[in-house]
Write a protein that binds this ligand. Structure first.
Ligand code: DX5
Ligand code: ZN
Length: 216
């Protein structure tokens, strides 16, 4: 079963809980939470306090995407806030192995994200330790951007690497995902699709989630 992870970056922040409840009621399994610090990416979103506030109201799997410098300093805070998966960026982390072990020591799943220009082969010595690899299919920082086509090849290459080693590491694709490319992304080997504007920009969120799921 493939997974849809609506990104609340495109939700209504003035009525966030109601949007989260809508996607949960519509059958989404995961919730994608984009944390941005204004340094690693040119935008600021929200931090652990928002995640902590949502946590008691939702049974969704909280997939926390840290687009921040020095993520090692904040792992404890995001664990305490209720993250089920913490994804750090390869480009923001000097000691990837150490930080991944620190996340897993809390019994939280751990992933690494790659920017569009960062090659898959930078992960060959760490992928065995990962629950997930997140491939950015736009430059991180904003919702509503255009999908970068080169991502298809990266998904295939990563699928080959994961299958060759018989790993269970999931592949997540984030940025510019929509109804038109969802099936192709799954066919290339993606397990989890993040969708922000394509879900929360829809007139009928529940109908849009059903449309995604019929393509996955
Ligand atoms: C972008 C974020 C994405 C964003 C995707 O930096 O990581 O999760 O919410 O938004 P859409 O689906 O609109 O491209
Ligand atoms: Zn994201």
């Amino acid at each position: 079963m493939k997974i849809l992870a609506p990104s609340i970056l495109s939700a209504n922040f003035a009525d966030l809980l109601s949007d989260v409840k809508q996607v949960e009621a519509a059958g989404a399994q995961w919730l994608h939470l984009d944390v941005m610090d204004g340094h690693f990416v040119p935008n600021i979103s929200f931090g652990p306090a928002i995640i902590k506030a949502l946590r008691p109201h939702s049974g969704l799997f909280f997939d926390v995407h840290l687009m921040i410098e020095q993520p090692d300093k904040y792992i404890d805070a995001f664990v305490k806030a209720g993250a089920d998966m913490i994804v750090i960026h390869q480009e923001a982390t000097r000691h990837l192995h150490r930080v991944i072990q620190a996340i897993k020591a809390h019994d939280v799943q751990a992933g690494i994200s790659l920017n569009p220009a960062t090659p898959i082969n930078t992960l060959v010595d760490i992928v065995d330790q990962l629950d997930m690899v997140l491939l950015m299919s736009v430059n991180p920082g904003f919702g509503g951007q255009k999908f970068i086509e080169h991502t298809y090849q990266k998904i295939k290459d990563l699928r080959t690497l994961i299958d060759q080693r018989a790993l269970t590491t999931k592949i997540e694709v984030d940025g510019g995902v929509n109804l038109a490319n969802a099936a192709s992304l799954i066919n290339c080997g993606a397990d989890v699709l993040v969708a922000g504007s394509a879900v929360f920009g829809a007139d009928d969120i529940a109908e849009r989630i059903a449309q995604f799921q019929s393509r996955m």
